[in-house]
Design a protein around this ligand. Structure first.
Ligand SMILES: *Cc1c(COP(=O)(O)O)cnc(C)c1O
Length: 366
């Protein structure tokens, strides 16, 4: 089987470094909010080009905590895309605010600014862009719109570690960025972890309080927070894994280039690669096909694992069916959900496997 992910193929030096990191933490006796978390936060701030990082338990919490640090709450609306992980909308719901769904651009499957405009209301507090599949979204028109309307621009960076837009890292444009380090993400950990990063010290301090029961000093709780701390074990492991991220990103780019060059099939469309390779870190490599299920079956019978991201747009999920959306509907998101399919794209694919995927896709006959 050619797998969507292959954690067991990670290099032995990394496995050894992680085991040493785990031993270091266990022997330190400092297991919560210690040196490893502080060091990872500083290293992630430097790596991602953002001033302040607050480590949290997962990416969903990162988005919730960031929004709560901005004061987003019940009665507010946050405009976002229905073509994303459910977690994006869930984080908005958990703040008490209402997600409002705007449609996507057909080429990139990223939030469409014209549709976002149609979703604005006096209650709009923020627009949340998802840098989907590892592509840096076109932030400029969104920044313009948000400045014009006095609302926050927020970035869900869970899929886009290291992607750049006009030379600047994703996550550095909005009021804050939410990161996930779930195992399958470009930077992942064997477990759950996440982070909020921001240029603004004030927001980072609020996030720091919120992640730790809303406590600002021992035994003082000025706000109702969460328990959502990044723990020392995952921080220590993430520090080891971070040094591999540039190499992994380069490997993902090579796989994506090979697919984009090699896939030639009238029944399968490849999402266009950006002109600037820095824009994309290829968390997922996505194609579309009218007969997506047939393509999946065809590839599975040839030993290739695939997965649609995402087969059900978020506004079709039970908790979101009644939520507001673009008055013109969400046709592009619904069409993409019916046609999209992710091919294996990770740093541990061999050249033979990449060639086998290309050959199998090219043999598909509608
Ligand atoms: C993975 C993901 C999340 C949630 O991250 P968790 O760490 O699983 O909570 C949020 N948004 C997007 C776009 C994701 O891909």
């Amino acid at each position: 089987m050619i797998p969507m992910n292959a954690f067991t193929r990670e290099p032995d030096p990394l496995v050894q470094a992680q085991l040493r990191a785990v031993e270091r933490v266990i022997r330190s006796g400092q297991w919560i909010l210690g040196k490893e978390v502080r060091d990872f936060e500083a290293e992630w701030s430097a790596w991602s080009g953002l001033g302040h990082t607050v480590g949290v338990a997962n990416g969903t919490d990162a988005l919730e905590i960031g929004m709560r640090a901005l004061g987003i709450c019940s009665g507010d609306e946050v405009i976002t895309t229905p073509m994303t992980a459910f977690a994006t909308a869930l984080a908005i719901l958990r703040t008490g605010a209402t997600p409002v769904f705007a449609d996507i651009d057909r080429d990139t499957a990223i939030l469409d600014v014209a549709s976002v405009r149609r979703c604005l209301s006096p209650r709009t507090k923020a627009v949340m862009m998802v840098h989907l599949y590892g592509q840096a979204g076109p932030v400029d028109p969104f920044l313009e719109l948000c400045a014009e309307r006095g609302v926050f621009f927020i970035e869900d960076c869970a899929q886009a570690h290291g992607a750049r837009w006009r030379g600047k890292p994703v996550g550095s444009f909005g009021a804050f960025a939410g990161w996930s380090f779930y195992p399958t993400k470009n930077l992942g950990t064997p477990g759950d972890a996440g982070a909020v990063s921001t240029r603004c010290r004030h927001i980072s301090e609020k996030a720091r309080i919120l992640r730790n029961y809303g406590q600002d000093m021992p035994c003082r709780h000025p706000v109702e927070g969460l328990n959502s701390r990044l723990d020392e074990l995952h921080a220590a492991i993430l520090r080891e894994r971070l040094s591999f991220l540039p190499d992994w990103t380069n490997r993902r780019r090579r796989v994506a280039r090979a697919y984009a060059r090699g896939i030639r099939n009238a029944y399968v469309r490849v999402l266009p690669l950006p002109a600037d390779p820095e824009n994309h870190v290829h968390h997922l490599f996505v194609v579309t096909a009218d007969r997506r299920e047939a393509l999946m079956d065809h590839l599975e019978s040839r030993g290739i694992e695939t997965l649609p991201h995402y087969p059900v747009p978020v506004h079709f999920q039970e908790p979101c069916r009644q939520l507001p959306r673009d008055p013109q509907g969400l046709p592009a998101a619904e069409k993409h959900a019916a046609e999209c399919l992710s091919l294996p794209c990770h740093p541990f694919l061999t050249e033979d496997e990449v060639a086998a995927v290309i050959a199998a896709v090219n043999r598909f006959r509608g």
